[in-house]
Every structure is written in C-alpha cells, then in structure tokens.
Ligand binder design. Structure first.
Ligand SMILES: O=C(O)CCC(=O)C(=O)O
Length: 359
C-alpha cells in the first residue's frame, strides 16, 4: 500500500524533483540509522562503565556502604520487611552459620536434614538426563559450555519439589539470611555437571574470579558423588584473604595499566602469598560448602581426563537476577518462602546460563 502510494507520487512528480529528492531521502534514512546506532552504542558504553565501576569499588568499605544504601533506597519497604523476616528465620535454626569475616561455612552432611533424599533425587535426575545432553560443538568445545553444563530445567524442579524445599529449609535459608541480613532471592537450583576441558589452558570459571551479582550472595555446592583432585573440586579463598589479594592485584594491575576487574591466575595468587589460604571442597558424596562468591575468590571444574564432577548448586542473591522460575503459588501461605521466590516470576521466558560469573 505504502509502496503503491510512493510509486503514484513518483509518477506525478517532475523527473528533476525525483532525482533531487532521492539522495535527500536516502541521506535522512541513513542519518537516522546512524543516530540510532550511536545512541545504542552510547547506552552500552554507559552500562559497561557502570558495571566496571560497581565491580571495582564494591569491595572497598565506602563503595560497599554506598551501593548498599542505593540498593535499599530503591525499595525501602521491601528491604525493611526482608530484614525483619531474616531475623525470624535465622532464629529458627542456628546449626549452620557462615562466618562474616570468612564468608563461608563447610557443610556437615550429618547436619543437613533431607540430604539423603536430595542426593538420591539428584543421582536419579542425572542418570535420566546425562545421555540426552545436547553435544557441544564448534567454538563452544573450548569455552565454558564445553566443560560445565547446568542440567536441570524449571520442569524438573516442579517435578521434584524436594530440591526447592531443601534450598528453602530452615537450616540453609536460616544460615543464608543470618549471613546476608535479609531474605535473599532464591535464584537457581541446579545440577552442575563438569567434564574435562579440551585444551591445555584454564578458561572462564576454572580461573579465580568473584561473581558479579550484587555486593554479596551465597551459593551452595554439594558434591553428589565423591570428589577428589581428579574431579576438579570447587575451590575458594576465604573472604578476608580474598579482599587483601584483590586489593593488591588491583593496585599492581593499575600500575601496569591492565584491566583490574577480571580473572586471576594461580601464579598471581601465589606470588602474593595467597596459596596457603586456598580451600578445596573435596570429600565424600554429600560434602559441600555454603560460600559468598561475591567476596570469596573461587574457581573449579578443573576435571582430569576420565573423571567428572556433579554438584547440587543453589544460588541465593541479594540483587534481582534472571534465574529459575519456581512454583511461587505453592508458597502462598508461607510469607518468608514466598519472599524468597517471588522475584522468580520475572524470569519467565529467560534463558539461564551455566553459573553466572565475571565476563
Ligand atoms: O565449576 C566450579 O566449581 C566453579 C563454579 C563457579 O565459578 C560459580 O558458580 O561461580
């Protein structure tokens, strides 16, 4: 229709006008396109700059205070309710506690109610799903997807509510809420399946890094089968030592004019005396850790040929992220758990990547 009209106008206009108008119209369309591209690029640059600023300064005492205040100012009533609820859920069970200065607690399988059933469910799901995992092709073979896969879907979680109940148990939710001082957003419940990576180098989350979501968060890693060095255990550095290392590495990198935020090589950690503080979560099935991956440098999945690792992975965030979609309605009569999962409604239709991590 619009084309017919344009042809009609063209027919009735004198030829010199048409030949003059054509470049003007083309120029205007091109100009509009370039302006849009420039605005988009500008927006992206501002986002990146904000992210870099956040990641760089969130570990400084003043930065942490400022970003925390900004976060609370966005939804003060919600922040207040979450703090009040956190105090009550934390009081329900005090068996598991993360030390504030260290940012982690090693989990004692004997203390976790329902763990045996959870391990059984995880093994069953793994057996049922592992053969059907899509093969990884092309450039992905050497990237994160080539060695670390997340294998549960929202439907799996719906079919196995015991996994979400475990994540929201008084023990785990209580420990996390006591540490974070708020009811967190339960963001992910998944099985992480790690296999040996093609190539000789270490990549992505195999290198020490801090997670980018929020100022602070907590993750559970529970080994579903026995894990030794060959299985590439989850490995981390306690928060106080991580803070010292990151500050020293940042100062060094700033002097050398190289990007400050990113991943850290084992050599960089060792040169600054960080190696003795490294903790590797090896152990029998059921061993695990609850750890703040925003404050504790960590890495993992350095799986040796012929081995694999399977972990139950639970992520509790203080920031609003895209993760699983939980059955929110099933918590309608439980205000605390409802608070922990309500944000997940915003993840409907979202793609979930293997563990979020520093890009
Ligand atoms: O594979 C691992 O153990 C590390 C996972 C990781 O870096 C993360 O979840 O942030």
């Amino acid at each position: 229709m619009a084309q017919d009209r344009a042809a009609h106008i063209k027919q009735h206009l004198p030829a010199p006008v048409v030949s003059l108008a054509r470049p003007i119209v083309r120029g205007a369309v091109y100009g509009l396109h370039r302006t849009r591209q420039t605005v988009r690029a500008g927006r992206r640059a501002v986002q990146l700059w904000k992210k870099e600023l956040f990641l760089r300064y969130r570990l400084t005492p003043w930065g942490a205070r400022m970003f925390a205040m900004l976060g609370q100012a966005r939804a003060p009533r919600d922040a207040w309710r979450r703090r009040a609820m956190a105090r009550s859920v934390a009081a329900n069970d005090t068996a598991v506690r993360m030390a504030q200065s260290k940012g982690y607690v090693l989990l004692d399988p004997a203390q976790l109610t329902g763990l045996d059933q959870v391990l059984q469910t995880c093994r069953g799901l793994f057996d049922a799903k592992v053969a059907a995992l899509e093969p990884v092709n092309g450039r992905d073979v050497e990237r994160k997807r080539g060695f670390l896969r997340n294998i549960l879907t929202n439907d799996d979680l719906k079919a196995h509510p015991e996994l979400v109940s475990f994540a929201l148990s008084d023990q785990l939710l209580g420990a996390v809420s006591a540490y974070l001082g708020t009811i967190p957003h339960l963001n992910r419940v998944d099985l992480l399946y790690s296999v040996p990576r093609a190539g000789d180098t270490l990549e992505a989350s195999q290198l020490f890094h801090l997670d980018p979501e929020g100022l602070t968060q907590a993750k559970v890693f529970i080994n579903i089968f026995d894990v030794g060095d060959a299985e590439g255990p989850f490995t981390f550095i306690p928060a106080d030592e991580s803070q010292r290392l990151v500050q020293e590495i940042s100062a060094r990198r700033t002097r050398a004019g190289v990007p400050v935020v990113g991943r850290y090589g084992d050599d960089e950690i060792a040169e600054l005396g960080g190696a003795p503080a490294i903790v590797s979560v090896r152990g029998a099935a059921g061993s695990g850790v609850l750890v703040d991956t925003c404050r504790c440098l960590h890495c993992g999945s350095r799986v040796r040929p012929g081995s694999f690792r399977l972990c139950l992975y639970i992520q509790y965030c203080t920031s609003r992220e895209q993760g699983n979609v939980f059955d929110v309605r099933s918590f309608a009569n439980d205000p605390v758990r409802f608070k922990a999962v309500e944000q997940s409604r915003h993840s409907v239709g979202a793609r979930i990547a293997a563990p979020h991590q520093m890009q």
